[in-house]
Write a protein that binds this ligand. Structure first.
Ligand code: ZN
Length: 576
């Protein structure tokens, strides 16, 4: 057990003793795959309870056909949440929601009729668009039948209203009942202008969820996003797969924000035809939309659609277990991972979206970390919460519900660590922190990663907006510092080339039935990631730090207010 206690001390010592040196060695001497392989932290210099074998077994099981792609509200959900609860119980975690391991999440399941067609009248012709091949649409209203008739179509650029950036693509018009057409991502992306928004790094304004939220706030009847693979950072097949079949949402009672009667995507080909029919050139439209002062452009077309959907009210479940703290049990560190995936599709061939990487690996990861905490001789002072959320694939809804109904007061949560789509490509020299430069949680991770001979890096594809695409984002929006980090692409075996090949292979499986468990995966890297993320949580749970967001971070003000409110009212100064 020597190694375990070593951790705390070693990190401190290295920091004091300029550990950087050790850590720096690999980087200082320009990475040369063969020469500077960082010595693997001797087996389990971190925590022996985290093993590749256990991780593999958990991942293989959760990603097996028996779990039917872990669709919310399905038989797959039943088996998944029962399995996670049983594992939490086996590990020795207490129920995390009163005397239950489950938190019911009300949801509305809406399935749009795949025979739906969009009809766009332009001048003397009509574009008749088919679901799946030309467009995808749906409604979040929960209404079984939504009709839009001859709604005026207007191109609104990127559909962004960002007062703090002096940018409003909706300026000067009443949008009630209109149909807005817009591009994905934000003005900084296609214009390649580093000074515009955050340049190629996607801001929340670039996310498809924001686009529909804003169009709904403007009172539009319908909103259509033009798909382009670089802008979306995934191909049309991902859009088609994600929008086909049941869609889930929180009931309006749980999420009062306005909702669009009709929302969806059109292919680039359809957009090109639509713009051409209005005498516009799509490529020119991209240039114009990326310029400050953009003005909405009428498309001289109207949209009509009768959207029939089946809607069912159901509940899904978050699964939550807790390891009570030894002395400050009312404070907590929270680990999370989404258990849900895309379930099954109707078509031919392999119909199950097994979701091995996304996100059986994350759930297996938090269970392995829980095992490490539970097998520690000494309980940490603070409690450690393990949360497996539902409905991530449907818009981060399970975590949104948890943040609105936390089983642990948010102001008592010192930090959140999110695991989503862990790397199964082997050990890496880089530890990728999505949205790096956000919070002081990174200051805890950095020396720990250095002990593994690794450096912290930001995510490579900043244009993909990964920071907004996983559950930590709901905690961040509520002000709670959150970390989303995992092994990167600078692989110990094969360097960046191997890493690139591995992430391209995963991109091909992303949200496809082919995302399946592979016994030949090299799990040394993910074990190292889990050891490091465990060490971060142990450091936090073992102390009294309250890491905050860095200066300038948009969520810091919310946290400051939250922590202020937590302060016990100062006793009035005794009368002199
Ligand atoms: Zn995921």
């Amino acid at each position: 057990m020597y190694r375990k206690s070593m951790i705390g001390v070693a990190v401190g010592a290295l920091l004091l003793a300029g550990c950087g040196k050790q850590a720096e060695a690999p980087t200082a001497t320009a990475p040369d795959a063969s020469a500077t392989v960082p010595a693997p932290a001797s087996d389990h210099a971190f925590d022996p309870a985290i093993t590749a074998a256990d991780f593999a077994e958990l991942t293989r099981t959760l990603a097996s056909d028996e779990f039917e792609g872990r669709g919310p509200g399905s038989v797959g959900e039943e088996r998944t949440v029962e399995y996670i609860r049983a594992q939490m119980q086996r590990i020795g975690l207490q129920p995390g929601n009163g005397d239950s391991y489950f938190q019911e999440v009300p949801m509305v399941e809406t399935t749009a009729d795949a025979a739906t067609r969009l009809s766009i009248k332009t001048g003397d012709q009509t574009l008749d668009l088919a679901f799946g091949s030309d467009m995808v649409v749906g409604t979040r209203t929960g209404e079984p039948r939504v009709s839009v008739r001859d709604s005026e179509m207007v191109f609104v650029g990127y559909g962004v209203d960002a007062p703090e950036r002096g940018w409003n693509d909706y300026a000067g018009q009443d949008w009630t009942g209109k149909t807005v057409v817009m591009f994905v991502n934000d003005p900084g992306f296609h214009s390649n202008d580093e000074k515009l928004f955050d340049g190629r790094k996607m801001t929340y304004y670039g996310r498809w969820t924001y686009k529909f939220e804003e169009a709904a706030r403007k009172g539009a009847a319908a909103a259509l996003i033009v798909h382009d693979t670089p802008g979306a950072s995934y191909g049309w097949e991902v859009v088609r797969n994600s929008w086909s079949g049941p869609q889930y949402d929180l009931p309006t009672s749980d999420d009062p924000d306005p909702r669009l009667p009709v929302q969806g995507w059109i292919t680039a080909d359809v957009a090109r035809k639509l713009f051409a029919s209005a005498g516009l050139d799509l490529d020119e439209a991209y240039r114009k939309a990326g310029k400050p002062g953009f003005k909405p452009v009428p498309l001289k077309a109207t949209l009509s659609v009768d959207l029939n959907s089946t809607t069912t009210r159901k509940t899904s479940r978050n699964v939550v277990g807790v390891l009570p703290g030894a002395s400050r049990a009312d404070e907590a560190v929270l680990y999370m991972a989404h258990w849900d995936h895309l379930g099954k599709h109707e078509g031919e061939g392999d119909t199950i979206y097994n979701g091995a990487v996304d996100n059986a690996t994350g759930v297996a990861g938090i269970l392995e970390i829980a095992e490490a905490f539970a097998s520690q001789e000494q309980r940490p002072e603070r409690s450690v919460v393990f949360l497996a959320v539902t409905l991530e694939e449907s818009g981060l809804l399970g975590s949104r519900y948890y943040v609105a109904h936390p089983t642990f007061p948010l102001e008592k949560i010192a930090g959140v660590i999110n695991l989503d789509a862990m790397s199964v490509a082997g050990r890496s020299r880089d530890f990728v922190v999505t949205g790096i430069g956000s919070s002081e949680l990174e200051d805890i991770l950095k020396p720990i990663a250095a002990m593994q001979g690794r450096r912290l890096e930001g995510e490579a594809s900043v244009q993909s907006g990964f920071y907004f695409r996983s559950d930590h984002f709901n905690f961040a929006k509520a002000g709670v510092p959150a970390l989303y980090a995992k092994g990167g692409n600078d692989l110990v075996e094969g360097g960046k080339a191997a890493g690139k090949a591995a992430s391209e292979a995963y991109a091909g499986n992303y949200h496809q039935p082919s995302d399946e468990f592979d016994p030949s995966w090299n799990l040394d890297g993910v074990v190292e990631d889990l050891e490091a993320l465990h060490a971060v949580g142990r450091e936090l749970a073992g102390g009294d730090r309250w890491p905050n967001w860095y200066e300038g971070n948009p969520f810091k003000a919310t946290r400051d207010r939250m922590m202020q409110a937590r302060q016990p009212a100062t006793a009035p100064a005794a009368a002199q």
